[in-house]
Design a protein around this ligand. Structure first.
Ligand SMILES: Cc1cc2nc3c(=O)[nH]c(=O)nc-3n(C[C@H](O)[C@H](O)[C@H](O)COP(=O)(O)OP(=O)(O)OC[C@H]3O[C@@H](n4cnc5c(N)ncnc54)[C@H](O)[C@@H]3O)c2cc1C
Length: 465
């Protein structure tokens, strides 16, 4: 007997998870997912994705607890695997606060999440309008990457993913033996389920004020250990890149004085964006004459914007694809209420410039900003602008801490290292390092650690599409 043909209708979290389960349990069954919308247009794409159960009337608590336990164990295993970052599953710690004590002060799921405890009086003082709360660590499922990861696994299992609106489940009767309805709130219309109603929910994303510092490199802070960890980190490629030569695209990169490397391997988006003439380069500089890299990128078909506060006019266009703007990129916007800041109105955060230019994406961000790179990078990370960038090519200067970077030497190096680790958390991978031996061999004003004062580092955003 031929294996039954199965259709899952719906490509939200429930549909794709159900399809994955079926494809693994019954690999011989031909399986299709049919949905009007796929990610990024499903409910999960706007959800917080926190694993915190509600209590549903009508289902015994021990059954609800078993469901939660199984879900937690399944996702916890992913969070501990090499796939965690691509799948977007990770642990988060936080508080759940209440204005009045809840009916179940110890909820049924308290021994499934990690480290559940009542909030202390000092913690509750942070929430003056709330009288009760618990603290715990649970899992967070970032749904946009999770849904893409599920789609990838389904395709690898030979599952067909088809965009199609189903008007009546019976229309699938002739083609499929089994139909699974995972249409979420769409089921209200599809099967006339009037009891199905969306409830209210809001996700507020708070602004981050500082990056997370990595633990010290040694049990007691030491410049030697910090420096060795940092220098090893910036000298070690995290991903290989075969094609970095722009001249293969018809530009004349071989005349470029500096080693500005971009990764043109087919598995990353840049080469495809160059071929389809959709590529955009932002270049941040401070009166530096060497613009060969920008010219090469423009010749290969990229739209190039060079930000340089030293040029004479507000905007200059050179050729079809190369623009100069009299703007310098900073880690804060000028405050118009402060007279001294008004003088610096040509200074803006990168996020502000992107908004003003109406640009959603930058394929390559090149920065040669003479020690302002650390604070600019921090701003890009804190405001999530980094996610709009495909590749980063940064010159980093380590002969002094950099503008507005303070602390003793080991604190500064730990901060630099932590910034670069934040990039890794955002799925950027270092693929090229150039140590500039023409510059003084200085590390925080000392000739030490065989370091150069200047390195050019190139990263690729492995999630870039
Ligand atoms: C703001 C917000 C925050 C949330 N936070 C959390 C949280 O922290 N934790 C948590 O667990 N949950 C949270 N949720 C709830 C969670 O996001 C949803 O329960 C979940 O995403 C529902 O997934 P689903 O697959 O059932 O439905 P959906 O994602 O809505 O998917 C339905 C699928 O069916 C398709 N479809 C519908 N009708 C048809 C049709 N006629 N023909 C073909 N295809 C059809 C749709 O196109 C879609 O692909 C939140 C929700 C919101 C809105």
């Amino acid at each position: 007997m031929a294996a039954p043909k199965v259709a899952v209708v719906g490509a939200g979290l429930v549909g794709l998870s159900t399809a994955l389960c079926i494809s693994e349990a019954f690999p011989s069954c031909p399986l299709s997912v049919l949905a009007e919308q796929f990610s990024p247009n499903t409910t999960g794409d706007v959800a917080a994705g926190m694993l915190i159960p509600h209590t549903y009337p009508g289902t015994p608590i021990h059954v609800q607890k078993q469901w939660f336990k199984e879900t937690f164990a399944y996702l916890f295993a992913i969070s501990n695997s090499a796939e965690a970052s691509e799948a977007g599953i990770h642990l988060v710690s936080g508080w759940q606060v209440f204005k009045t004590p809840p009916k179940d002060e110890v909820p049924f799921w308290s021994d499934v999440v990690l480290g559940f405890r009542p909030m202390s009086a000092a913690e509750l003082q942070k929430f003056p309008q709330h009288r009760w709360g618990h603290a715990f660590t649970t899992l967070k499922c970032d749904c946009p990457p999770y849904l893409l990861w599920l789609e990838k696994r389904l395709r690898a299992n030979g599952v067909q993913l088809r965009t199609s609106k189903v008007a009546d489940l019976w229309e699938l009767h002739s083609e499929y033996d089994v139909v699974v309805n995972c249409t979420g709130v769409g089921a209200q219309q599809l099967v006339g389920d009037r009891e199905l109603l969306p409830t209210r929910g809001q996700v507020l994303q708070a602004v981050r004020w500082h990056i997370d510092l990595q633990p010290w490199a040694s049990p007691t802070p030491s410049l030697t250990f910090e420096a060795l960890r940092f220098l090893k980190y910036i000298s070690t490629s995290q991903i290989s890149c075969e094609r970095m030569n722009l001249s293969s695209l018809g530009g004349d990169a071989e005349t470029t004085k500096k080693p500005w490397s971009v990764c043109l391997d087919e598995r990353f988006g840049l080469i495809h964006r160059i071929r389809s003439k959709q590529c955009r380069l932002y270049s941040l500089g401070l009166g530096n004459d060497d613009n060969q890299f920008e010219v090469s990128m423009a010749k290969s078909g990229c739209e190039v914007h060079r930000f340089d506060p030293s040029i004479k006019s507000a905007h200059i266009q050179e050729g079809r694809r190369l623009w100069y703007h009299r703007l310098s990129v900073d880690w804060r916007d000028p405050n118009p209420a402060i007279a001294a800041h008004r003088l610096h109105s040509n200074t803006k955060k990168l996020g502000t410039i992107l908004n003003e230019f109406g640009h959603q994406k930058i394929d390559v961000l090149k920065a040669d900003v003479e020690s302002a790179e650390w604070k600019i990078l921090e701003n890009l990370i804190l405001e999530d602008v980094i996610e709009q960038i495909g590749q980063l090519v940064f010159e980093v200067h380590i002969h002094w801490p950099g503008f507005e970077v303070s602390g003793n030497d080991s604190t500064v190096v730990r901060y630099w290292y932590s910034l670069l680790r934040e990039l890794e958390l955002k799925d950027f991978r270092l693929f090229h390092t150039y140590k500039d031996l023409s510059k003084p061999q200085m590390f925080l004003k000392k000739a030490a650690f065989n370091a150069s004062s200047c390195y050019t580092l190139s990263w690729v955003n492995t999630r870039w599409q």
